[in-house]
Design a protein around this ligand. Structure first.
Ligand code: 4NP
Length: 161
């Protein structure tokens, strides 16, 4: 079982949407049994909350279901997840600090858009303070990024769908 954790700041906008897109794609590929996915936030701002209504609506427009409650990244995540994927540089820096504090210095942390050639270093922009259109924008970015991520891990783990 390959374990994938998507991480943003609040765990109510970007990372739950990433998780929903990822789950939908692995289901369509018939690979659900090979993966476990989850999402979490670096902050404690929205623990226990449902995702932002705009993320839920955005997912619904694409026929996806979001099932998640906000939670904060914790020590055991660095042990339990094979791929920890940050949405932007700020999330990445926070995760690097946390992994050192928890003695997981060797754990590699990924940046979501780095999986796409030409998008290296770019953020999945924080849509929280913007309008609804920002959610459709991040959906498109996440879809392309997750497709590239899946191509990479299917090859790495010799999964043939
Ligand atoms: P997310 O978006 O990190 O994509 O879940 C945000 C959600 C909440 C806040 C910031 C970003 N906030 O400041 O509460």
């Amino acid at each position: 079982m390959i374990k994938v954790l998507f991480v943003c700041l609040g765990n109510i906008c970007r990372s739950p949407l990433a998780e929903a897109i990822f789950n939908h794609k692995i289901q369509a590929l018939g690979l659900s049994r090979s993966f476990k996915s989850d999402s979490a936030g670096t902050s404690d701002y929205h623990i226990g909350e449902l995702p932002d209504e705009r993320s839920i609506q955005c997912a619904q427009r694409k026929g996806l279901e979001i099932n998640h409650r906000g939670r904060q990244v914790n020590r055991t995540d660095f042990r339990d997840f094979d791929y920890i994927i940050a949405m932007d540089e700020s999330n990445l820096r926070n995760l690097q600090t946390m992994k050192s504090k928890y003695n997981y210095d060797d754990k590699e942390i990924f940046l979501m858009r780095d999986f796409v050639t030409g998008w290296e270093g770019l953020p999945v922009p924080d849509p929280y303070y913007g309008g609804e259109e920002g959610f459709d924008e991040i959906y498109q970015i996440l879809e392309v990024s997750i497709d590239s991520f899946l191509t990479k891990i299917k090859a790495e783990h010799q999964l043939y769908a």
